[in-house]
Design a protein around this ligand. Structure first.
Ligand code: PLP
Length: 403
């Protein structure tokens, strides 16, 4: 009889958001008259902008004509998009990244889950706590995380870098040597960012220890100060870092699906180019993002596209401002929300994350995300997102403040 991959048995319970959905469904069935406002899941709500829509329509029309029809996309992405990415996200920032170091994909979630495949089964991974769960779960599936310890809520073979209010939610360099280090800044869920000098320390650590940093830059468009948008702004990062990007949170492509990974040619381990390994893996298991979506991605970098995308981000950040100032006035201890669409708050009256979740759902009919769902260090915290409409966000904050 065929045997299953036993590592899957080590994955913990149901995924955070399905537990939330179950609780919300149970509440709304019992109280159908209540208007629930969801500031939980990190999905966007604003529609795609006019330039993107226009480009999608035009590229659909190309598919209807024999002369302009496109079949399989190139495995690693169309040249027009790779060039737009390189020019706008790297060359304009003084980062030395070339088109053939860009791998177009269907998003940062798949890339962050898949990238571990090119590393040895025994390599030691390090993640922040709290953490975007995909980094851990993909390594659990690969058998790299060890066993789950019920007492600590952690896997035995993972190094958890604690991010707390004491260290400003910025991880400290691990004392033990780690091979694969996942960093995400601006951070989901805490909204924290790293200054260039702080990120440089990670690059130096990785180069000294032969580690590789997986830098998830899904939220870089939300940076409003001088924090680095890319890890390649740091000296030596092309020798130790892979960077992941998404078109989801800046341009609203959560439903269209588009992202990219940067694997520099200089990045080698054991004399082997990781760029070649990822190219091999990508070409074998992925058949390219759709032409019409890649054209829409290119339009994100047009002059009109950039203006419209700025408008989307400003819209969400206005919500973030309202949430932060409202909750602070009401006496909450609030973090994030300046360089990030996420607001991370300490629960009041020593409530656990889930107690506060139930409290908000029942008393204010507002849904957020319990911090403990992102790791043990998230206990006693709660995440709100600014991805709702202005109207709903204001109403939710006002309800919370009036509790
Ligand atoms: N990376 C982080 C840190 C995220 O929070 C998310 C989505 O919430 C993603 C990646 C997913 O990005 P994408 O929609 O491009 O798959």
């Amino acid at each position: 009889m065929v045997k299953i991959n036993d590592n899957y048995q080590k994955l913990q319970g149901s995924y955070l958001f399905s537990t939330i959905a179950k609780k919300v469904n149970a509440f709304s069935s019992a109280h159908p008259e209540k208007k629930i406002i969801r500031l939980g899941i990190g999905d966007v709500t604003r529609p795609l902008t006019p330039t993107i829509i226009k480009t999608l329509h035009a590229s659909v029309d190309e598919m209807a004509d024999e002369k302009t029809f496109r079949g399989y996309a190139p495995d690693l992405g169309y040249d027009f998009l790779r060039k737009a990415i390189c020019d706008n996200d790297y060359r304009s920032r003084g980062c030395r990244i070339e088109e053939d170091e860009i791998f177009v994909s269907d998003g940062a979630k798949p890339d962050s889950g898949n990238i571990q495949e090119i590393f040895d089964a025994d390599c030691k991974i390090a993640v922040c706590d709290p953490v975007y769960p995909v980094y851990v779960d993909s390594n659990v599936m690969a058998g790299r995380a060890g066993d789950y310890d019920e007492k600590t809520g952690r896997y035995t073979n993972v190094v958890y870098m604690e991010c707390t209010a004491q260290n400003g939610f910025a991880p400290e360099l691990p004392k033990e040597a780690c091979d694969l280090i996942y960093l995400c800044f601006p951070n989901n869920p805490t909204g924290a960012t790293l200054k260039k000098s702080e990120l440089q320390q990670w690059v130096d650590y990785a180069n000294k220890n032969g580690s590789v940093i997986i830098f998830d830059a899904a939220y870089e468009a939300y940076i409003s100060d001088d924090c680095p948008h890319s890890i390649y702004e740091c000296e030596g990062a092309t020798q130790c870092a892979i960077e992941l990007h998404s078109f989801s949170k800046n341009a609203g492509f959560t439903g269209l699906r588009l992202g990219y990974a940067v694997v520099p040619k200089e990045l080698k381990r054991g004399g082997v180019s990781l760029n070649s390994l990822w190219a091999r893996r990508h070409a074998t298991k992925y058949n390219g993002a759709p032409y019409i979506v890649q054209r829409a991605g290119e339009a994100v970098y047009s002059e009109e596209g950039k203006k419209e995308i700025r408008g989307l981000i400003d819209y969400y950040m206005e919500n973030a401002k309202y949430i932060v100032s409202g909750l602070e006035k009401a006496g909450y201890n609030v973090f994030g929300g300046t360089n990030s669409p996420y607001i991370w708050l300490a629960t009041p009256d020593k409530m656990t994350s889930w107690e506060f979740f139930d409290h908000l759902l029942e008393k204010a009919n507002v849904v957020g995300t319990p911090g403990v769902g992102f790791g043990a260090c998230g206990e006693g915290y709660f995440r709100l997102t600014s991805f709702g409409s202005h109207e709903n966000t204001r109403e939710a904050v006002d309800r919370i403040c009036n509790l």
